[in-house]
Design a protein around this ligand. Sequence first.
Ligand code: IPM
Ligand code: MN
Length: 353
Amino acid sequence: MRAKIVVLPGDGIGPEVTEQAVRVLQAVAKKFGHQFETEEQLIGGAAIDATGSALPKQTETACKQADAVLLGAVGGPKWSAPEAKVRPEQGLLAIRKSLGLFANLRPVTLHPALMDASTIKPEVLKGTDIMVVRELTGGIYFGEKTRTETTASDLCSYSVNEIERVTRVAAQLARQRRKQLVSVDKANVLETSRLWRSTVEKLMKSEFPDIQVEHMLVDSAAMHLIRRPSSFDVMVTENMFGDILTDEASMLAGSLGLLPSASLGAGTLGLYEPIHGSAPDIAGKGLANPYATILSVAMLVRHSLKLETEAQAIESAVSSAISEGVRTADISAGGPVASTSEAGSAVVARLSQ
Ligand code: IPM
Ligand code: MN
């Protein structure tokens, strides 16, 4: 098949990890006889430097015309002053919103060889396989903001429609998995959470009676994720809670550098990015772990291009690279350290076999 993929390298380690992910994308194209055309565009701090805007019109238009978008990371100290008028992160939020990507899938899977890379005991981790579905275009991230010298506010609002559509995505995923859904909220305090809970309850009863649903308060969910991670199947939650819980959940896998994500909307156009940030402290040193971005490419071919075999080929290539000891610094556990490009090459080599 032919597909057009816009690549947004962004800032910090973004360009390094997307470079390796694009190599993998092209290796898959070659192996399976596809033609994937990639086109780089600016976003984040790099875009601010070049154009003054974190999401230039040209980038937005290119993304809208593409079959999928692959993103590295945005942000860095250069653009982070509290008084800064434009911020790299605005570019990321704007592209998610503009493409209507309301459902952010963040799978947390554990590699057997990395059980020792996590700070959590192997016996607690055993059997952990979680899919977190984070609402991505609503809530406190997008509500009205106010600011005076001495006060500030961020509005959190949700509509039934916003809650329903993301819950449907999560429930459909649960149906293909272990048929268990945990909906996370703070219904003992927040009005938005009470709407969230009752909406999820109603929708699941009428459309997904075959899925077991449990409601969990976010503080309790944070605790149970560490206490009994293997008991979770699919989790669905609002934007801010999902942001926080997935950084936490990444530690089950051993490193933030391992977790991919897919941001999806109503159609097949999606945006794929690692859940980690731009890591300015290690940028440009060849130390970054490209596996999360490479695994995001697997999600890209799976969800936007509907190429399941190709997706699995990428996932098993990453898995065998890790098994065979190709580990970047974050997961090396005292063993040999692979550079960003060595890790990328290891995946490409396994795909080309
Ligand atoms: C993420 C990031 C972003 C978010 C930031 C960079 C705006 O932390 O994708 O998890 O909070 O959504
Ligand atoms: Mn985050």
